[in-house]
Design a protein around this ligand. Structure first.
Ligand code: ADP
Ligand code: ASP
Ligand code: MG
Length: 482
């Protein structure tokens, strides 16, 4: 049972359901979403719905914000027009009454008009010639969730549910790490009790924007790519929810990315640690920081396929820790390897890389592994997926510029690597499992190996060209061990 939290007066019978971008983008997917919400509304005392932007919309908004920063007016206007067409077409095709449709279309127009206005402000740099307006950028990037929340809320109202779209900027309080903010849970809980709880008491089903929040001072922020999962977990922590269900387009947590490997299988259950590591080491399916708030309060998480609502998906809870010792999943992530033809302290180079990454993307690096021989040093970094797909490229470029100018760092050379990570419970136990895993790997040059402190990861650093082969070999090992 979840631990009771005295400061929360919310009932235990609360379910949080988060719907990802692939589940809100088409009429047919939205029909599924609606029938799931209607069914669960009957079964739970309180239901909170969290939505992502339509698939691809956040990428388009990031591009629009970037073009605005460059002063490319034609570019961001073109994107806004495409987004308008897409959202309007969806509103047009949904089974809505005339009034509901008109209100929704007016909302879409207003939000995109505001977004254009913000792009304009960014392009004009009219607030400050020295220009640093991360909050403008964040306001643009977060519009996708505000649009989709209105679409889902309209659909609920049309079906006699009291659906209300809520902008999480008024609820989720974050730090000021723009682009990858972390939530302040105590302050967020206060706001939820003040603003959301009265709605829940009136049997309203809030449809809350994922991914976005704001600083204590009210500046908009975003929670890192894939951040709607994190929103759902924070809301669960603050409302003392009984469960969180993440609805997506795959059957649950799988042995590897099913888009890359068709043989991938669903994993019925996992521990919090396994899921956090899987997400951290590249599996885009969940935001890595969503696990902490759930683990602390023992709130179970389910990952389910919106197109197969009768199936249970993957259950993540504390029980997962007692599962058999096994390698259950494999994932890969691009990283950066730095080598030097010398031996010595690594703190300087580690700090430099971390500083550069934080400055350019708001994320901290993770030193995956560092090793030294008599005359050589090697350090490997991975970058959280929440930093976005361009982070590695940005870091590599910044490093190329800065390494030659930093005397103590000048001896280092950087090269791309891939980190392939096997995930499973208690991989530290000497039961022959890891030996068998190693024995199953053939013809691959491994640059370094590391066991993670959570004891559920075994990571192999390899050349990018060898990564796919390595991942498939580990995946075959998993399938053959069942
Ligand atoms: P959503 O929009 O629902 O948040 P995401 O695209 O963020 O969806 O995450 C779901 C995707 O994660 C899947 O389509 C799948 O390709 C990818 N993925 C990567 N690794 C895994 C894994 N181990 N298990 C399941 N899905 C994975
Ligand atoms: N829409 C955001 C993104 O694409 C957040 C999310 O999907 O969870 O990263
Ligand atoms: Mg996601």
């Amino acid at each position: 049972m979840p631990r009771a939290e005295p400061e929360s007066k919310v009932s235990m019978d609360t379910l949080i359901m988060k719907f990802g971008g692939s589940t809100v983008g088409t009429t047919s997917a939205l029909t599924q979403v609606l029938s799931i919400i209607l069914e669960e509304h009957e079964r739970w005392k309180r239901l909170l719905v969290v939505v992502s932007a339509l698939e691809g919309v956040t990428d388009a908004l990031i591009e629009a914000a970037r073009l605005a920063q460059l002063g490319n007016r034609r570019g961001y206007r073109r994107i806004a027009a495409t987004l308008r067409t897409r959202h309007m077409a969806l509103a047009e095709n949904l089974p809505l009454g005339a009034t509901e449709r008109a209100v929704l279309q007016a909302d879409i127009d207003r939000l995109l008009f505001d977004m254009l206005d913000t792009c304009q402000a960014l392009a004009d740099r009219r607030l400050n010639e020295d220009y640093e307006h991360p909050e403008h950028y964040e306001a643009i990037v977060g519009v996708g969730e505000r649009l989709s929340a209105r679409i889902v809320a309209a659909l609920l109202r049309q079906n006699d549910l009291r659906g209300v779209a809520i902008d999480a900027t008024d609820l989720i309080v974050t730090d000021n790490v723009y682009g990858n903010a972390t939530v302040n849970i105590p302050l967020t809980r206060e706001r939820i009790l003040a603003h959301l709880q009265p709605m829940l008491d009136r049997q309203i089903t809030p449809v809350i924007t994922g991914f976005i929040g704001s600083t204590v001072g009210g500046h908009p922020t975003t929670l890192g790519r894939g951040g709607s999962d994190y929103t759902a977990s924070v809301l669960a922590a603050c409302t003392n929810a009984k469960e969180v269900w993440v609805w997506t387009d795959v059957d649950g947590m799988m042995t590897t990315d099913p888009r890359e490997v068709a043989e991938a299988r669903k994993i019925p259950s996992l521990s919090y640690d396994e899921v956090a590591e899987l997400a951290y080491f590249g599996a885009r399916v969940l935001h890595p920081r969503m696990v902490g708030p759930l683990r602390e309060r023992d709130i179970p998480l389910r990952v389910r396929n919106v197109f197969k609502p009768r199936e249970q998906g993957t259950l993540i809870n504390r029980e997962g820790e007692r599962d058999r010792v096994a390698v259950k999943a494999v994932t890969s992530i691009a990283g950066l390897g730095l080598s030097a033809r010398r031996r010595g302290p690594l703190a300087g180079i580690t700090r430099l890389v971390d500083d550069i990454l934080f400055r350019t993307t708001g994320s901290h690096t993770e030193v995956m592994i560092s090793s030294q021989t008599s005359g050589e040093s090697f350090v490997c970094f991975v970058i959280p997926t929440t930093a976005g797909p361009d982070a590695l490229h940005t870091l590599r470029q910044a490093l190329e510029d800065e390494l030659p100018e930093t005397p103590e760092a000048g001896v280092w050379t950087a090269r791309p690597v891939t980190v392939v990570t096997a995930i499973g419970n208690r991989l530290d136990q000497l039961n022959g499992l890891t030996a068998r895993l190693f024995a199953s790997l053939n013809d691959i040059r491994i640059l370094a190996v590391a066991q993670g402190p959570s004891n559920c990861t075994l990571s192999f650093v390899t050349e990018p060209g060898d990564a796919e082969k390595l991942l498939l070999q580990i995946h075959n090992f998993i399938l053959n061990s069942d």
